[in-house]
Design a protein around this ligand. Structure first.
Ligand SMILES: NC(=O)c1ccc[n+]([C@@H]2O[C@H](COP(=O)([O-])OP(=O)(O)OC[C@H]3O[C@@H](n4cnc5c(N)ncnc54)[C@H](OP(=O)(O)O)[C@@H]3O)[C@@H](O)[C@H]2O)c1
Length: 270
């Protein structure tokens, strides 16, 4: 019988080994090491089309991603943070909402392991993010600001501005993904916060969701998901799910392929 938790950390290896894994991961001809194939194999190729979209949430046992004041450094311990950095190294782009960019001022680079830094994307429909935000930092990594058609933004030089329709201030997640695909970005990590991940989830725009649960109880704070209410428990979204052990944390790997909408994005010829 399979153990309830598949150990992940016994195959950690050195940081260098993750750079090698990230390279093999991008080459469909390369088999993945068995120890990693189970968890990361499903992220390799899109099931519905030529994109793979992964959401991630790091939360407490009671389903909070931050305290009431918005503090979230760090809900997860070293193993959970390492997993997040590994995910970053495997994707073309990391997407965050402006709420996270303002609250955390994250770098979104790969630092806990070795591997390529992903393109950084901020969803900021009203142009609220200050030009000195770290996510805009000029470090050789591509940076995109996605905003509403009518919004005037002045990000630092080198930041690509993508404007999209935003009726009622809301940009359709599928429009965001189409815009990223048009720029050659096909494997996408929606890193947070709750509002942004929830919008992609509600729109059927996630292939998988990684929820890392830390053994802490915050008691109050910001919920992991903000979704339209359902009247009855049996109307809840029931999803296929596996669990992996990350030291004292548990990773829930959720398969959302059944409700993922096709994005109508053509395969790349290269
Ligand atoms: N534990 C974790 O895994 C984790 C990860 C990331 C962040 N966090 C925490 O989460 C908190 C921030 O999360 P949050 O939920 O408040 O905010 P958020 O998701 O980071 O940002 C939400 C904002 O981004 C913009 N946005 C995102 N998607 C959009 C779309 N499709 N269309 C239009 N606008 C869109 C909107 O900006 P406007 O308001 O300008 O319209 C929206 O209000 C912080 O406390 C942070 O520390 C925790």
């Amino acid at each position: 019988m399979k153990p309830p938790f598949t150990p992940l950390n016994d195959a950690n290896g050195s940081p260098e080994s993750w750079a090698a894994f990230a390279k093999a991961f991008r080459d469909p001809a390369q088999p993945l090491p068995e120890s990693w194939a189970s968890l990361f194999g499903p992220l390799r190729a899109g099931g519905k089309d030529a994109m793979t979209v992964i959401g991630q949430i790091g939360q407490s046992l009671d389903g909070r991603i931050a305290t009431e004041t918005g503090h979230s450094h760090y809900i997860n311990g070293p193993a959970g943070i390492l997993h997040l950095h590994r995910l970053r190294a495997l994707v073309d782009a990391v997407v965050i909402g402006v709420g996270t960019a303002i609250a955390d001022d994250p770098l979104l680079t790969v630092r806990r392991c070795e591997g390529p830094h992903p393109t950084r994307v901020v969803l900021d429909p009203k142009g609220r993010l200050a030009a000195h935000a770290k996510v805009f930092g000029c470090d050789g990594v591509r940076r995109l600001l996605v905003t509403a058609d009518e919004t005037r933004c002045a990000p630092p030089d080198g930041v690509e501005v993508v404007t999209l329709p935003a009726p009622d201030g809301r940009i359709a997640p599928r429009d965001v993904l189409a815009a990223l695909a048009a720029r050659g970005l096909r494997r996408i990590l929606i890193e947070g916060g709750a509002d942004t991940v929830s919008r992609f989830l509600a729109a059927g725009c996630l292939d998988r969701l990684h929820v890392m649960v830390a053994p802490i109880i915050l008691g109050s704070g910001r919920a992991s998901f903000i979704l339209p209410p359902v009247a009855r428990a049996d109307e809840a979204l029931r999803v296929p799910m596996r669990t992996f052990r990350l030291d004292d944390e548990t990773l829930f790997d959720i398969d959302l392929s059944a409700q993922r909408v096709p994005l109508g994005i053509a395969n790349m010829s290269t």
